[in-house]
Structure formats: C-alpha cells, structure tokens
Design a protein around this ligand. Sequence first.
Ligand SMILES: [Zn+2]
Length: 133
Amino acid sequence: MDEALRQLVRRRAANRCEYCGLPAEYTDAPFQLDHIIAEKHHGLTVAGNLAWSCFYCNSFKGPNIAGRDETTGVIVRLFHPRNDVWSEHFEWVGPTLIGLTEIGRVTIDVLRINDPDAIEFRRLLLELDVALS
Ligand SMILES: [Zn+2]
C-alpha cells in the first residue's frame, strides 16, 4: 500500500472512522484502509474507493457491499463514504447510531455499529465530552 495514499485517506477523514465516527486516538486497535467496493468486487485501490475505518467496522464489513434491511427484506447497498453524505443516513441518539435510511440501517447492521460493547465504549467517550462525529 502506498504510504502517501494511506496518509491522504487518513487526513481526509480527520483520522476518524468514516462509518462509526470513532476518533483513532481513542482506540489501540489500528485503523485500516477500507476498500469501499472490495477488491473481490473489482474495487480499485484509488482514493475514490478508499475510506478510513476503525478495526471493528472494517472487520465486520469485510468484502460486503450490501445487506438485507431487516424491516423490509430488501437488499440494500452499504453506505459509500465517498458518494454519500453521512448525516443524510445516520444520526446519533446518545451513544446509539440510528439509521435514517435503508442504507443507514443496513450499514449499522452489517458493520455491527451498535454492538453493546461499542455502545458502552461510546457512552464513556460522551462522558469525556468526545464528539462522536
Ligand atoms: Zn468504525
């Protein structure tokens, strides 16, 4: 991986996870370059297909590019950090991330963003006055 490309993606994201908003300085688990469209699906290693992701979001996302909306049963693509506007798809209610759209709900589900341990960790961040996104 080209280190300059990695640093560009990290800086562009202000060193926060582009899915769950976690600031990198609050975790020991190393952040990763996420191929938004996985290489398995012919996604390229270019700035327009890369996102800065926490270890947890990237691990659960894996090569997924879509998920099934639990409420409608419809297959929906995941949030695309380069093409989509985060605030149109997500909203914080305390430490819990709410999906405002099918894309938001499916992304939260596939990436397990509201895992109980993640919610508890974000509750602690909020107590420290750390903005979640
Ligand atoms: Zn994340």
